[in-house]
Design a protein. Structure first.
Length: 281
């Protein structure tokens, strides 16, 4: 298995990224700098996360050239619409201390559950991303938390098709319908919460499998994503676990183990859904 994926426009993207949600305490860049030192070159952030400034500092302090890194950010629910998205993009660049992004995403398909014209708002926001892409200010564009019902109206009117859809994905919550739809439309799926939070760490099937392969439960979850063609975005504050989460190419899961993980009952779900109120678990 390669250590990069190739997006529909030919852009290469490192096959494992570092998720930055709640990864930095205020402006503390130490955790993010540790991730750079562990070998991460793909970082996923968002205006909503509040980690863009800390990530920018970590990258500036490491001394490596900007071209070594693949940076993703996202336009938040309150920043949707053509003009708002352009302003949000500029603000993200300023916080990150860069003059371009490698990937820019619409964070959620709906700003709230009451908004009936969400599809038109998505398209208006998407036109801003298309213009940024055509101007060369971002190398690839996509969406996050979009299901087929959200992707269909966007694809029907878009000039540039989304190259990425970032969704919650892990054993016990694979969103197979969205995976299949994205595969049919050449959209790369990325996984947020690829380890299913701490809820999966004591799962009997996963712990048995991890023992058998001589790896961690997190590595089983991340390898499961890769073998499904999904790009995982793990996060950790522990340098040893950071390094483990990158060590995914020295083993592979057998077909029968992949099938067992695919068949797992729902587990580790965040409670988030783009068309429903969040379920408090």
């Amino acid at each position: 298995m390669n250590d990069t994926f190739c997006l529909s426009n030919g852009q290469k993207i490192p096959a494992v990224g570092f998720g930055t949600y709640k990864a930095a305490d205020g402006d503390d860049a130490a955790v993010l700098r540790a991730a750079v030192d562990c070998g991460y070159r793909h970082f996923d952030t968002a205006s909503f996360y509040g980690t863009e400034r800390a990530l920018g500092r970590a990258l500036a302090e490491c001394g490596l050239p900007r071209g070594e890194f693949f940076l993703t950010s996202k336009v938040w629910k309150t920043e949707m619409g053509y003009d708002n998205a352009l302003r949000a993009f500029d603000a993200s660049l300023a916080r990150l201390g860069t003059d371009y992004l490698d990937l820019y995403l619409i964070h959620w398909p709906r700003p709230d559950l009451e908004r009936s014209d969400w599809a038109a708002l998505d398209l208006d926001t998407w036109r801003a991303l298309e213009d940024l892409y055509e101007a060369g200010r971002v190398k690839a564009i996509g969406v996050s938390n979009f299901l087929p019902s959200h992707l269909e109206p966007l694809l029907a009117s878009a000039s540039v098709a989304p190259m990425v859809d970032q969704i919650e994905f892990h054993p016990g919550y694979t969103q197979q319908e969205t995976l299949d739809y994205c595969a049919a439309h050449n959209i790369q799926v990325e996984a947020w919460s690829p380890i299913g939070r701490a809820r999966l760490l004591s799962n009997p099937l996963l712990t048995e499998m991890a023992g058998r392969y001589g790896v961690s439960v997190a590595q089983i979850c991340l390898r499961f994503a890769l073998q499904n063609g999904v790009l995982p975005l793990p996060k950790s504050a522990n340098p040893n676990r950071m390094a483990q989460n990158l060590d995914l190419f020295s083993f592979s899961l057998a077909e029968e183990d992949m099938a067992a993980l695919d068949a797992m009952p729902r587990a580790g779900w965040s409670g988030e859904h783009p068309d429903r109120e969040r379920v408090r678990l």
